[in-house]
Design a protein around this ligand. Structure first.
Ligand code: OSB
Ligand code: MG
Length: 392
């Protein structure tokens, strides 16, 4: 899977183009880690042998969810990674994998974008779809959608609209003071009494709130609870997470999964947390974990360790969303993921979007990761453009 990083003789990258885009949102998206108002987004285009490939760096406009930001990734990609990727005359073509990995070690989202662009180029060359390359076993995946923080009544109205559109899972953002009341508002509506509802706290709870958090999960005593709890505690609160997993396990033989998002960057993170009993599932986001290759590695790890897996989104453009849909078609994703078209939040997007139909997202079958963006819209939404070619 990671072979894409290896230097292949004769396969050179002749130019790298890095763009900073400013994509308008349909409306602000609020979560415990902050509110996203406009989708500043970095994309990477690699060129070689008369072909090209596109990659998305899904870092958010500000470093709120993780330590990476779009602006920070842009600098790293423009100043360090781009120049390392292009071949210089008289020098061996392109940097080798180990070198790039060192440069990108602390920037999984930047790494993910480069990997996606190189992979897109290779897959287009081979006429192969990403889904086939990753080992997809399904041609469509159930659609799931994430709902930002809002007043309970507004969340219910939003949920009604989204289930009407066919979404099969609602991932509802929560934070202290905005949890039970939202869940109760949903569950007391007959439309959502048995709906698949996940709660995502983005680490907003402290260890002293274990009782409250545990009380949000569906259990024998509370049929109105949630079906999954995503990142209730901050990543460092491993003991609280372990106590939660243990407490939920006592409630029945099909315990509500405690899904790590921010707490897992690497497979080693997931192994360590699983060893301590502090997770029962992982939201696998290609961007957060450093790319699609590592996402597949985590998927395999989840299967081997009996952990639930869900494909997680980062408010990507249609490009990143195409990659997410291909990944989500792997057999180990047993919880419905963040599988919604980018048009759910982007008011304008140069990339073709995923298609929602009959409560499912069709897994893309075309060559490469995604079709090409609309060049005019791309230029119109570009705020910075850097082209890196071999130096003299
Ligand atoms: O915590 O899952 C999260 C978006 C940006 C950063 C973090 C998260 C999210 C979402 C949106 O919840 C999920 C999506 O892209 O559909
Ligand atoms: Mg999350």
């Amino acid at each position: 899977m990671d072979a894409i990083w290896d230097r292949e003789p004769g396969r050179t990258i002749s130019a790298v183009e890095i763009r900073l885009l400013d994509l308008p949102l349909v409306e602000p998206f609020a979560a415990a880690h902050g509110t996203t108002r406009t989708r500043t987004l970095v994309v990477v285009r690699v060129e070689g042998d008369g072909r090209h490939g596109w990659g998305e760096c899904s870092a958010l406009p500000a470093a709120t969810y993780s330590a990476e930001s779009a602006a920070g990734c842009l600098r790293l990609l423009v100043d360090v990674v781009g120049p390392a990727l292009v071949a210089r005359p008289g020098e061996p073509a392109s940097t080798d994998r180990a070198e790039l990995d060192v440069r990108l070690a602390d920037h999984p989202m930047a790494r993910s974008s480069v990997e996606m662009a190189l992979l897109d180029l290779e897959l287009r060359r081979a006429g192969r779809s990403l889904a086939t390359h990753l080992g997809a076993t399904r041609d469509r995946v159930p659609a799931g959608v994430s709902l930002g923080l809002d007043r309970p009544g507004a969340v219910v109205a939003r949920a009604r609209d989204l289930t009407g559109q066919g979404y099969r899972r609602l991932k509802v953002k929560i934070q202290p003071g905005h949890d039970r009341v939202v869940l109760d508002a949903l569950r007391s509506d007959p439309a959502f009494a048995t709906a698949d509802i996940h709660l995502d706290a983005n680490g907003a709870y402290g260890p002293d709130q274990l009782d409250l958090v545990a009380g949000l999960a569906r259990g024998p005593a509370d049929g109105r609870g949630a079906d999954a709890l995503e990142q209730p505690f901050a990543p460092i609160e491993v003991e609280a997470a372990a106590a939660l997993v243990e407490r939920l396990a006592r409630l029945g033989d099909r315990p509500v999964p405690v899904v790590a998002d921010e707490a897992v960057t690497t497979a080693a993170d997931a192994r360590a947390l699983a060893d301590r009993g502090a997770i029962s599932g992982v939201s696998i986001k290609p961007a957060r974990v450093g790319g699609l290759g590592r996402a597949v590695e985590l998927h395999d790890l989840c299967r081997a360790r009996g952990l639930a897996a869900t494909a997680g989104g980062m408010l990507e453009s249609g490009l990143g969303r195409h990659a997410l849909a291909a990944l989500a078609a792997l057999p180990g994703f047993d919880l419905t993921g963040d599988l919604s078209p980018a048009g759910r939040w982007l008011a304008a997007d140069p990339w073709p979007d995923l298609v929602l139909g009959d409560g499912h997202i069709a897994v893309p079958t075309g060559p490469g990761v995604a079709p090409d963006p609309d060049p005019e819209l791309l230029d119109r939404l570009t705020v910075e453009r850097h082209r890196i070619e071999p130096g003299p």
